[in-house]
Design a protein around this ligand. Structure first.
Ligand SMILES: [Zn+2]
Length: 289
């Protein structure tokens, strides 16, 4: 394992310069470094004050939470989506990452649903986000394979939104499926009702990209993917590195940067802050130029 220092950055920078293609795999750690930290108590107290009073301390407490009424659930998600998705423009950190890879044949796969990749310049047709998208809403049954833009649903809640308690005050404000009239949920994977087929086209694009690059020099750049859902990013990044003869894995993580021993010299483990890593990588490029 290497600490984040100039030598490490130069190693990674050389790998990127020499690469034919770059697969970015990212988890919550990247967006946390960009300022969306689901474990940040101060943000929660400031933005989610009504929910703080109800006994919660961080956004992560409400992930997968189910002991609430529809009016409470949608009051929370109205606050959450407006903050995490609609109030967050392009991220300078993601933009710095984009600048570093945009001239390469890149592809992104991420467990993040905040949209920061495509808001910050990354192409939508080089993007796979199997865990969902905070810009969309779906039926919980689901009665069809359709998802809708969430914004009009949030706007319809406005007259019924209690800004102090951060809950919806009437059944009238609760989103209902336009097809069947049933309950809805944000398009983020929490259980079996998640509509996978929405992401099938993205998945096929990734598979084609991988087929094209199988024999090439590929840098697998993994940023902030830990053990919450390792089967989404972390394990596939290892498996692809193993299967591709000329692939190298660069795993950057604050405290979980360990790599499987069998990957040997193909894997570079970098323990450190992802924000610092990306900015140092941008600086290293400027030095090389
Ligand atoms: Zn429905």
């Amino acid at each position: 394992m290497q600490k984040l220092n100039l030598h490490t950055i130069q190693n990674v920078s050389t790998l990127i310069n020499d690469a034919d293609a770059i697969l970015i795999g990212s988890g919550a750690g990247l967006s946390a470094a960009a300022g969306l930290n689901y474990l940040d108590q101060q943000t929660f107290a400031d933005v989610y004050s009504g929910w703080k009073r109800k006994g919660f301390n961080v956004q992560y407490d409400l992930m997968g939470f189910s002991q609430w009424t529809q009016q409470e659930q949608w009051g929370y998600f109205k606050v959450h989506l407006e903050y995490v998705y609609f109030s967050q423009p392009a991220s300078p950190l993601y933009q710095a990452l984009f600048e570093r890879v945009k001239h390469k044949d890149y592809f992104v796969m991420t467990s993040n649903v905040d949209g920061l990749f495509y808001k910050s310049g990354f192409a939508r047709d080089r993007f796979y986000s199997p865990q969902g998208d905070y810009g969309k809403i779906q039926c919980t049954t689901p009665c069809s394979q359709q998802v809708w833009d969430v914004k009009p649903f949030l706007e319809k809640m406005d007259p019924y939104f209690d800004t102090v308690e951060q809950v919806i005050t009437s059944e009238e404000g609760v989103p209902k499926c336009p097809n069947c009239g049933g309950n809805m949920f944000i398009h983020a994977r929490v259980d079996g009702s998640f509509i996978d087929s929405v992401h099938e086209e993205e998945r096929q694009a990734l598979i084609r990209w991988l087929d094209e690059n199988r024999e090439k020099k590929v840098v697998m750049l993994e940023l902030g993917s830990g053990y919450n859902t390792p089967t989404v990013i972390r394990h596939p990044m290892e498996q692809i590195t193993r299967a591709f003869p000329n692939a190298n894995l660069v795993r950057v993580n604050l405290d979980r940067a360990n790599v499987p021993p069998d990957l040997g010299a193909k894997a570079l483990s970098v323990e450190g802050d992802i924000g610092e890593f990306i900015h140092a990588l941008a600086d290293a490029k400027a030095l090389n130029a």
